[in-house]
Design a protein around this ligand. Structure first.
Ligand code: ACO
Length: 353
């Protein structure tokens, strides 16, 4: 069994104890230039600023232009994180790109590797919808804990604007595009920034939220036909997803706190996947966290899927809210269904520590 890891029947749990730790030393983000407000959107579908804001907290979202494919946004975010950490691209060993909307289904991370000039890094995609960044961060933590990797870039990037049905007001108002990255590096176990995690999947509830292969088939030979590549737009049972989130997220966070021996009062910040302000409020209430300690930027960007957590972290680091040594409880949740939580300590770049 790898150092510091304990297994259970319900999924991987982790509490830092020995081996290498993983320090979070830099972050960066990149957003498309175009912003669409709720009022703008109401020209396209029958909706209103009041409906969207009161149900979700979302006021606007960014939508990628033609010159802003995922590779470009993810690469800009990665470069910003590199600069923040004070690293050269050549020092990166691993690039993990969490995304559900790749430019290339064979993998977009290698394009990012080439774009930023990190020629020594192995790069691959990881797909877990809105849990993707958290799952990728934990994955990077395992490579670092084993000693296989010293420096990694963990990127969350999505362009769900490609995959929403712009005539479906129940979903198109929720999502936006964006990318953000965190630079992580090996450190002494006692200085780790990944103090614990829990991860869960429940495929029996997959139908609640899908971006599934479409059914189109191409006649081939005689009775034989081949499936055509392509995906149906995002389909979501909003109420089921809402119920899932407000039940499972507080539960997994409570387990994480218990497992790591942490009291909610010790947390500096709640850093949750930004899906809906009502979900953030419900989770905060469960832990009696004051509103000002619950990070939220939904109003500006909506749900950017795998990008929300690092995007929020980058904003809060850069405006000085999150400081070196701060303790953050983070949770990602979404399609799969998948969800997870991690207890993080922000280190920041060496100069800040
Ligand atoms: N504008 C105006 N009216 C709307 C809109 C809209 N954009 N969308 C739905 N409505 C209408 C519906 O048609 C319905 O009208 P009806 O009663 O006449 O049929 C009414 O509003 C209520 O619809 P509900 O779907 O019941 O609305 P609800 O209160 O559940 O809110 C919402 C919908 C905001 C989507 C909520 O269910 C939610 O936030 N769910 C969680 C979604 C989420 O977080 N998804 C992302 C998960 S992360 C990931 O991995 C992608």
């Amino acid at each position: 069994m790898p150092l510091g890891v304990s297994h259970s029947l319900t999924g991987p749990d982790y509490r830092a104890s020995s081996g290498f730790g993983m320090a979070l030393v830099g972050c960066g983000s990149a957003l498309p230039a175009a912003s669409i407000s709720n009022a703008d959107l109401s020209q396209r579908v029958e909706t209103s600023d009041d409906w969207i804001r009161s149900r979700t907290g979302i006021g606007a979202r960014r939508i990628s232009g033609q010159d802003e494919p995922l590779t470009v946004l993810a690469s800009r975010a990665a470069e910003a994180a590199l600069a923040h950490a004070g690293w050269q691209a050549s020092e990166v060993d691993l690039i993990l790109l969490a995304t559900s909307s790749p430019d290339d289904l064979f993998g977009t991370a290698p394009r990012v590797q080439a774009a930023i000039g990190a020629s020594g890094a192995v790069a691959f995609d990881l797909t877990a919808a809105c849990s993707g960044f958290l799952f990728a961060l934990v994955t990077a933590g395992q490579y670092i804990a084993s000693g296989a990797v010293r420096r990694a870039l963990v990127i969350g990037a999505d362009q769900l604007s490609r995959w929403v049905d712009w005539d479906d007001r129940r979903t198109c108002v929720l999502f936006g595009d964006g990318a953000a990255a965190v630079a992580v590096q090996a450190c002494a176990a006692e200085q780790t920034g990944l103090l614990g995690f829990r991860m869960r999947s429940d495929g029996s509830r997959n139908a609640c939220l899908t971006l599934a292969q479409s059914d189109d088939r191409e006649p081939l030979l005689g009775a034989l036909s081949a499936q055509k590549g392509g995906f149906a737009p995002i389909h979501m049972n909003g109420q089921e997803v809402y119920k899932f989130a407000v039940r499972e997220v507080p539960q997994i966070l409570a387990e994480l706190l218990e497992h790591t021996g942490t009291r909610a009062e010790q947390l500096d910040w709640l850093l949750l996947h930004q899906a809906n302000q009502r979900i953030l409020d419900a989770v905060a209430e469960r832990f009696a966290m004051p509103q000002e300690q619950v990070l939220s930027n939904l109003a500006h960007y909506g749900n950017t899927s795998a990008a929300t957590i690092p995007l929020m972290l980058d904003e809060a680091v850069r405006d000085g809210r999150v400081q070196a040594g701060h303790l953050l409880a983070s949770s990602g949740f979404g399609a799969g269904l998948s969800w997870g939580a991690a207890l993080l300590r922000w280190s920041g770049p060496p100069a800040a520590t």
